[in-house]
Design a protein around this ligand. Sequence first.
Ligand code: SF4
Length: 351
Amino acid sequence: MVKQTNTQMTVPLSGRALLGWRILQAVFLVAGLGILALLFFAPQPGIHAFWNGLIPVAPLLLVLLPGLWRNVCPLAFSAVLPHRLGISKKKRLSVARQGKLMLTGVVLLLLILPWRHILLDTNGPATGLVLMALGAVAFYMGFRYEWKSGWCSGMCPVHPVEKFYGSRPLAPMPNAQCTSCHNCVIPCPDSTKFLQPQKQGNTRFHKLAATLLVGGFPGYIWGWFHIRDYYGTEGLRHILFAYAMPLAGMAFTLALYLFLREIIRVEKSLLTRVFAAAAVTCYYWYRLPALIGFGIFPRDGMLVDLSAQLPHFLPYLLQVATLLFFSWWLLWKPHTQTSWTIRPPFVGSRE
Ligand code: SF4
């Protein structure tokens, strides 16, 4: 029997608290299904709600309360559904396979994001189909593998970013997905304190995934924001360019990361937090102004156009505030080490 090695207290959820979480999960599921329906039947409001309403909140949530995100994500519902229906094959993942899934998640993330500019940001049904495909894969991974190991803690393309941004959560949440622990993945990302991508495993797949993400993601985000959204089929003629800018930015920060890690030998966990602060700052540096009509490309990613009402120095204030906040949160603020969620009591063990 292999036990989890990096654990904290185990606390079961009381019936009332669990009911509250189930209601919250149902609200997010219904909201998710509502947005999905909008993407097909009223694409403009759907695109607005998904890409300009929901998604811009996600990185902040991953920094502050990744456990909340893990509890209410509709794709997580899809991933654990086979277990709740009693039809999962509950296959155990080897450590090497966990590493391969983690690398697959990083590659998926890097492959999917440019398609936002090429097609998804301006095409509701295409976004809806991608979400449905991800939901189907999440369901299959839950059907095949033990509990959350295949998707939520494995191949999900958001999971590497959770580990990258979420090393200093505000507080541990109750674990509302795992009411009891099946010991499905070691170390458990939900229950391990101060988890970072490079601490998930030691195979070459784990290492490659962590290095690509931590070193490359800040530059990738910078490059991504310097591509405009294409309309209709125009994006199909710019696929190479849509990939080239993010990958060029990624190559630059990856080289810098390797230099600092291997030559200067900056401590790894600190370097990871510096690069996480850079990545999430870069995201909001461009995203916040764009949401209110001050973006680099006028129509792209705009929630509401306030450019005529607000002073033109406001975006700069937002950018400085973003830089200060995430630097403080990830680098300077004193933290008690905590996990994303509180581990539930064990009921299972590894064979
Ligand atoms: S708490 Fe247990 S069952 Fe839930 S994800 Fe972690 S290891 Fe798996």
